[in-house]
Structure formats: C-alpha cells, structure tokens
Design a protein around this ligand. Structure first.
Ligand code: TTP
Ligand code: MG
Length: 392
C-alpha cells in the first residue's frame, strides 16, 4: 500500500468542554457530566481537573462524589453536544474531504499529500487545533501517523491539548513501550489473557510469533498483532460511502443468557436501523457476528426478500441467525454484533409489495424524531432495559 498520512482528531473532555463554553464559570474546575450525584448512573465525562482525583468515564456517580466531593455535577444536554459536534466536523471537512467521523467528538482524516498546502503536517494539525479553539472554544488533541491505529494511539497519548506526529518508520518504536491496554481493539478480557502470558506492553505483543497469537485468538489475534506492529490498512471511509453499518458489544462476562443477548441485539438493531434511516438507505443483507470464550469468531448472513431499514426486521433476522449460530456452538459468548449490508436507496415500487416495511418505516421515523430531541436512551423497550450490564 502506498504511503498514507492519517490524522486522528479527538476533543478533550468533550461534554464537559461544551458545558464550559456555555458557562465559563465552570472552567478550570472539577466538573462531571452525568446527572446529579445522588442519582444512580455513571460519569459520562469528567474534566481533567476531576480526573486528577481518579474520576473517569463509566464510574458510578456515587463513587465520583466520594472521591471528589467538590466536583460540580451536570445532568448533560445532548442537543448542545450534537450541535458542537456538527460544527467540529464542518471545521475538519475544511481541511480534508476524506473525513470519517467516529461518534460525536472524534474523526479520522486522510491528509495524504496535503502537507504542501500547510508547510508540514505538524503546521496543518496546529491550524486545525487553532480553528477548533477560536471558532468553538474547544480543545482538540491530534495524532498524525501512517495508519489509523497509530494515529489513534498518538492522539490518546498526546492528551490533553496535545499533538503527536509519528514519522513513517517510527511506528513500532512509538508503540512498543506503551501498556497493552492502550492498544485499540484489545478489550479488558483480551488484555487479561495477554497479561497472564507475560505480555505487558504493545512491544511485547509485537514481538511474539504470529503463529502463537493466532493459535490463541484466531484471526482477531492476527489483527491485534498487526496493530501492535503499526500495520493497519483500513481506509478512511467517508460515511456516505459505507458499504455496511454495524454495531458490536463485548460483555463484561461471557454469557449464553438469551434474555440478555436478545436485549443487546435489540439495542444494536435499533442503532443500526437509526443509522440506516439517517443515511436514507435500506439494506438487503442482515448479518451477525459472535465470538465465543475461546475467541472463535462466527459470522452468519441472510439476504432478505424485502429491503429494509426497520429495527424490528433487523432484530428478528439477527435473532434467528444468533439462535442458529448458538445451536452449533455450546461455548459462552464474549461478543455479539449485528451488521446490515448490500445497501441501496429506498425503492418505492418494491415497498408496495409489503406494507409492513412501510408502516415500520413511519413508526421508526417518529421514534427517531423523539430521540433526536431527547437522546437515544429516551426510548427503551422492555427488552433493551436488561442490557445495562454490558460494555461496548
Ligand atoms: P471520549 O472521547 O472517550 O472522552 P472525552 O472526550 O470525555 O475525554 P478525552 O477524549 O479527553 O479522554 O468520549 C467522548 C464523549 O462521549 C464524552 O465526552 C462523553 C461521551 N462518553 C459517554 O457518554 N460514556 C462513556 O463511557 C465514554 C467513554 C464517553
Ligand atoms: Mg474525546
């Protein structure tokens, strides 16, 4: 693959930073977004001042209050975060059309060849940081590297208010001393297994033989091994060009609890369906992915007769595929995921054949509207409520 230059841009303490723009009195203080501390719930974002007390995302609010009683707790305001995110992405789009947003506050940019416009990649990154600061009052950290995974690790390492450029050829040297937990893709469980075999740093993983990692983790292990060696050919994919839309979830504990797995799958189907409708696409193919406790990964796909963007159809097909996949494998699962592919524009003629899809489409569009206003979690079904012990 030809030499590329990728930037990973990620906003610092995003939700809190937006709150600080709205109310400058919060600047420089320990601030937590995620409800008032007497409520149940978790920290969504902690300011860097609060992180000094050990606070972090996903920590129960009760614990956060105990560690840092003087912190200011704010319930959160999703429409404001969404608006800030839109402005942030618009700034990035001024610097490169090859932009792949990842959630609200981070994006990859393919900037190959663009250094000549800005003197150097470093100057270009500094300009991006400056624009984000001037226009939005937010702080962006940036990693520059030859591939996505190294750019991402670089931006993480540079925080807060950072910029790290990893020059071509220096990827392995940059990654090697870092703790294995810093490698994207290696979840808690993988990390534990690796640590037990004496692998502590990314460099330790990079050095072990490909055969042994493959034997232990299958093809997933090969990907991790490549990442650890700074090898990652994933392209920066602008969202309009997505060939598929997917969600996957890794569990805290391996499980075969069907109620729980259905809840997760339903939530994933709702997320995927919402993405489909937002991009005005419909899918002809629905697939699932499961990974068992031994890291064997199975995928199953089905082509549906009627193209769909309905959460309900995606879930039903996904559930059916999941049950079949589990019947052929008795091991507990550590991950499940759902994917829709073979995407196309909605066809009015076809939908005459089946008004179920039409009705579901209208219903789901109404739900999308409510969620746009009040946040995705504003609507939960009986099924999705049981999923809350999962991590994603
Ligand atoms: P992150 O980029 O992971 O975190 P951050 O921007 O707060 O802090 P930093 O990047 O400087 O480390 O996530 C972006 C936003 O997503 C974050 O502000 C809040 C939200 N979020 C949650 O709601 N729950 C979570 O568990 C995480 C990790 C993030
Ligand atoms: Mg961030």
């Amino acid at each position: 693959m030809a030499q590329r230059t990728i930037m990973h841009v990620d906003l610092d303490a995003f939700f809190v930073a937006v709150e600080q723009v709205l109310n400058p009195e919060l600047k420089g203080k320990p601030v937590v977004v995620g409800g008032t501390s007497d409520q149940r719930g978790v920290v969504a974002t902690a300011s860097y001042e609060a992180r000094r007390f050990g606070l972090h995302s996903a920590m129960p609010l009760i614990t956060a209050r105990r560690l840092c009683p003087q912190a200011i707790f704010i319930p959160g305001n999703f429409p404001e975060y969404r608006a800030a995110s839109k402005n942030f992405m618009a700034i990035l789009a001024d610097f490169s059309p090859f932009l792949q947003p990842m959630g609200l506050d981070e994006a990859y940019l393919d900037v190959t060849g663009f250094e000549s416009l800005h003197v150097s990649f470093r100057e270009m990154a500094l300009k991006i940081k400056q624009r984000v600061k001037n226009d939005l009052g937010l702080v962006a950290s940036i990693g520059v590297a030859s591939c996505k995974v190294v750019a991402k690790v670089a931006s993480d390492e540079s925080k807060p208010d950072g910029l790290i450029e990893v020059l071509p050829g220096r990827e392995v040297i940059f990654l090697a001393p870092l703790d294995i937990s810093k490698l994207p893709g290696a979840g808690k469980k993988t990390e534990e297994v690796l640590r037990r075999s004496g692998i502590r740093t990314i460099g330790d993983l990079a050095k072990i033989s490909r055969k042994s990692i493959q034997a232990r983790f299958g093809n997933f292990g090969e990907v991790l091994h490549d990442y650890a060696n700074g090898i990652d050919n994933r392209p920066v994919e602008p969202p309009g060009e997505a060939k598929s839309i997917s969600r996957e979830t890794t569990f805290q504990e391996d499980t075969r609890d069907m109620t729980f797995l259905s809840a997760i799958l339903q939530h994933q189907a709702e997320k995927v369906g919402a993405d489909l409708r937002r991009s005005k696409k419909q899918a002809r193919c629905i697939g699932i992915k499961v990974r068992d406790s031994d890291f064997n990964t199975i995928t199953r796909h089905r082509t549906v007769l009627q193209v769909t963007d309905a959460d309900q159809t995606i879930f039903e097909v996904g559930q059916d595929l999941l049950v079949k996949a589990m019947a052929g494998n008795r091991k507990p699962l550590r991950l499940i995921g759902i994917e829709v592919s073979n995407l196309g524009e909605p066809s009015n003629q076809l939908s005459l054949l089946d008004d179920r899809e039409q009705r579901l489409h209208s219903l789901n569009k109404a739900i999308d509207k409510i969620r746009l206003k009040y946040g995705f979690e504003a609507i939960e079904t009986g099924r999705t409520i049981t999923r809350h012990q999962a991590i994603s």
